[in-house]
Design a protein around this ligand. Structure first.
Ligand code: SF4
Length: 225
């Protein structure tokens, strides 16, 4: 390992420890079904967890199975998930995704991903209509427990500011890089804690650097002083 790589690995490990020390270790008690996680991923696009959760609960109350959701009229489905915002588009996406899974797999089930390696599973999921790298990574991390970090707007911003990845990296490149540099036992916590840090401290417009426990390791902070 080169000297620069070694010091970057140390920095990643330190940031991981500091985030865990402040926000705690993320423990997922139960594994949600993969289809649930996938649909939640679609519902979570451009909204917060509360609105996504409301829409998802409503969907599960109105329809017993994913086959029922697939058979539902698009307008009715849109009403069911209205609280998630962009509900017409999301209803269209959910139906298109379910229909594609049904056609490819023969049933609404994602167990075939178990037999694929992470890159293959990622390619399979992102080739579905309306499924981007973030939603695919959510399914792979939270259901299949694969070593991958979904990159939402908070993870992307904090990772660049702190210097985990270069400032010009796209979300896709950030995801691939984090996947290769974050120690595996820390992946789940790192994802959750970077989101927490982005929401509470390293805000988009006004990062609260003066109270930030990462500042002595942060590239952005260093440029200010
Ligand atoms: S020091 Fe500032 S820019 Fe760096 S992580 Fe903390 S809040 Fe964000």
């Amino acid at each position: 390992m080169k000297k620069d790589d070694l010091s970057h690995s140390r920095k990643v490990a330190t940031i991981c420890d500091l985030l865990t020390g402040n926000y705690g270790e993320t423990v997922v008690k139960s594994r949600r079904p993969a289809m649930d996680v996938l649909v939640q991923g679609i519902l979570s696009q451009n909204t917060n967890d509360i609105n996504m959760g409301r829409a998802f609960d409503n969907l599960k109350t109105m329809y017993r199975t994913w086959e029922d959701v697939l058979a539902a009229p698009e307008e009715e489905l849109g009403e069911a998930i209205r609280s998630s915002g962009f509900y017409r588009l999301k209803a269209q996406r959910i139906k298109a995704t379910l229909s594609e899974i049904q056609n490819r797999v023969g049933r609404l089930d994602l167990r075939l991903l178990k037999r694929m390696d992470t890159d293959e599973a990622m390619d399979w999921l992102t080739s579905l209509h309306g499924i981007g790298p973030k939603t695919a990574a959510i399914v792979l991390l939270f259901h299949f427990r694969r070593p991958i970090i979904p990159v939402d707007t908070h993870v992307w911003r904090v990772a660049k500011r702190v210097g985990l990845v270069p400032n010009n990296f796209t979300r896709e490149k950030t995801q691939v890089t984090l996947q290769s540099i974050v120690p595996q036992p820390c992946m789940l916590s790192m994802n959750h804690n970077l989101v927490m840090h982005g929401r509470e401290v390293c805000k988009a417009r006004n990062p609260r650097c003066e109270v930030c426990f990462l500042r002595s390791h942060c590239d952005y902070y260093e440029t200010l002083h």
